[in-house]
Design a protein around this ligand. Sequence first.
Ligand code: C5P
Length: 211
Amino acid sequence: MIIAIDGPAAAGKGTLARQLAEHLNLAYLDTGLIYRAVGKKVIGAGGMPEDAKTSEAAAHALSSDDLAADGLRTDEVAAAASKVSAVPGVRAALLDFQRDFAACPPEGKTGAVLDGRDIGTVVCPGADHKLFVTASIDVRAQRRVKELQDRGLEAIYARVFEDMEERDARDQQRTSSPLEPARDAHTLDTTDLNVEQVFKAALEFIRSSKA
Ligand code: C5P
């Protein structure tokens, strides 16, 4: 079973994907982390994430150590990730890894949950279940502020809101695999839902749409 979950930042995709993977005994891949690792590799070496050559080279040289690096969850790295992810060659370089994970999930699992921006549209267009998880930008920015503060990091709402707006625009407007719901995706608006309610709604959708 393949479950594809797409949506903008801080909409609740990651939490939902982890819960579904655990509940259904599936493998989980956070594809945003891969783009973050490429972004961090580029800025860590003093490069420009918008530069196609530099970013493509970083994507091709990506190692498991890069994916386990500290500091991948900062907003600075998120911004770099959204710049490298607009480079078609970067997306192409990372595609096989994501598809292989879905086709042959690790640890003998019989399926996988992948979350990102283009899972239902490009990485796994044949996924059994597709969810597009979204929420108002105000609520998403509030969630991100709380998440950063819980991790002991400084977070100012206005700044987080602005960064998120910029990142949403870049992710939606890029020509290569833009952020958009797959035509057959079920949209889940989490603006007024708590974590438990989101999980319940997603599980109901999956059960009701069982092939
Ligand atoms: O999901 P997360 O916020 O960690 O993703 C960071 C950035 O990586 C996104 O803003 C997006 O630009 C990029 N990304 C992508 N395609 C994916 C996952 C993430 O372009 N499948």
